[in-house]
Design a protein around this ligand. Structure first.
Ligand SMILES: *Cc1c(COP(=O)(O)O)cnc(C)c1O
Length: 362
């Protein structure tokens, strides 16, 4: 029996989107961002589909460990680095690359018992003001690392862009200038670009690019959709109509009765809700795709269900498939309606949604 609520993951689209990264940054090596369960797409599934990447980037040691335990030998960068001394051993054992962003990590490395030197990245704060060493501290930190037997030679230098989602914002150029000044004259590989940098700011490409959201088929920019960048959606979230009823004009629908039928209406119930990861804050009017036609969500999103107005779609009936986002209904649109970003929509898809792998042809 086909489960009602599914997330179909198109592995061919993942590979297509990686090819788009290669085309946009042809001289760069690519570290694909697989953190947070590959943005909800499945860590190992994404790692296998993206096996031609040069490295994988995850946030935390346990995510890197999951890759190693699955037998994946490719370079893995732990973007938040180790947080406690025991993790240094773990990074050594598993040959993980580690981003150092804070003095506390340098001290831990200096105090750790001698062992295999760690393959390092040094994170520089060029203006994001979240993680990273201030530019003026970079020479001193590099000096300490050069003197530390637990640190491998020539740490790569990285920084993260805060506003690359806005092609017009001059802040990216400022960050670039800060990063260039901080890294000038140092012989080391450099990395700055996330998806926004890859597609919007070629000057930020350097030696390594770090795509995330574009691999999953969405635009990194604050308007438009992935198709504008010739990206293909990877996840299609789908469910089914499980009930259809008629209500007279004026009748309230769902919790709180906040939405009332403006006319005699035919209301459908779809088996998906915030308990599956559909955003509870999606307002009435958010589009839902039934038989290839858009109908509006109406009333509040429940845990297991949403209600939709089928009055203008008389042929829709119980059992019909419903797409919440993905093919033919960009996740970007749903994110904008729900006042969030596609990253969050994907990360929040719950384990109870049945994942189906597929490979649609180009
Ligand atoms: C998540 C992440 C990326 C990828 O960002 P996207 O906007 O998804 O392309 C790149 N670099 C770092 C440090 C990250 O944490």
């Amino acid at each position: 029996m086909q489960p009602a609520t599914t997330a179909t993951i198109d592995l061919a689209a993942l590979r297509h989107n990686l090819a788009r990264v290669r085309a946009a940054a042809p001289h760069c090596r690519v570290a694909t961002a697989l953190k947070a369960n590959a943005y909800g797409h499945g860590l190992l599934r994404a790692a296998r589909a993206l096996s031609t990447a040069d490295a994988f980037a995850v946030a935390r040691c346990d995510e890197a460990l999951a890759l190693r335990e699955a037998g994946i030998a490719k370079p893995v960068v732990v973007l938040e680095g180790f947080l406690q001394p025991e993790e240094i051993d773990l990074c050594r054992q598993h040959g993980l690359q580690v981003a150092l962003h804070h003095d506390s990590q340098v001290r831990m490395l200096e105090l750790a018992k001698p062992g295999r030197p760690l393959d390092l990245w040094l994170k520089i704060d060029s203006g994001m003001h979240r993680l990273g060493f201030p530019p003026e501290q970079v020479p001193a930190v590099l000096g300490r690392l050069a003197a530390c037997p637990n640190a491998g030679p020539n740490p790569r230098l990285m920084s993260h862009l805060a506003k690359a989602d806005d092609r017009e914002d001059p802040y990216t150029r400022q960050q670039l200038a800060v990063f260039q000044a901080a890294t000038q004259g140092i012989t080391a590989e450099r990395s700055m670009a996330n998806s926004g940098g890859i597609l919007g700011w070629p000057e930020t490409h350097f030696d390594w690019v770090r795509p995330g959201i574009m691999l999953y088929g969405c635009t990194p920019f604050n308007h438009g959709v992935g198709a504008d960048e010739r990206l293909r959606p990877v996840m299609t979230l789908a469910s089914r109509l499980i009930a259809v009823q008629r209500y007279a004009a004026g009748e309230p629908i769902g919790y709180g009765g906040s939405w009332r039928c403006p006319r005699d209406s035919r209301i459908g119930v779809v088996a998906i809700g915030y308990g599956d990861g559909y955003p509870r804050h999606a307002p009435s009017g958010t589009p839902v795709l039934i038989n290839g036609r858009r109908v509006p969500l109406v009333g509040r999103v429940s845990m297991d269900m949403i209600t939709v107005d089928l009055t203008d779609l008389p042929e829709a009936n119980v059992g019909d498939p419903v797409v919440l986002w993905g093919c033919d209904l960009p996740a970007e649109e749903i994110a904008r309606h729900a006042n969030t970003i596609t990253y969050e929509l994907f990360c929040k898809v719950m384990p109870r949604v049945v994942v189906i792998e597929t490979e649609f042809n180009d």
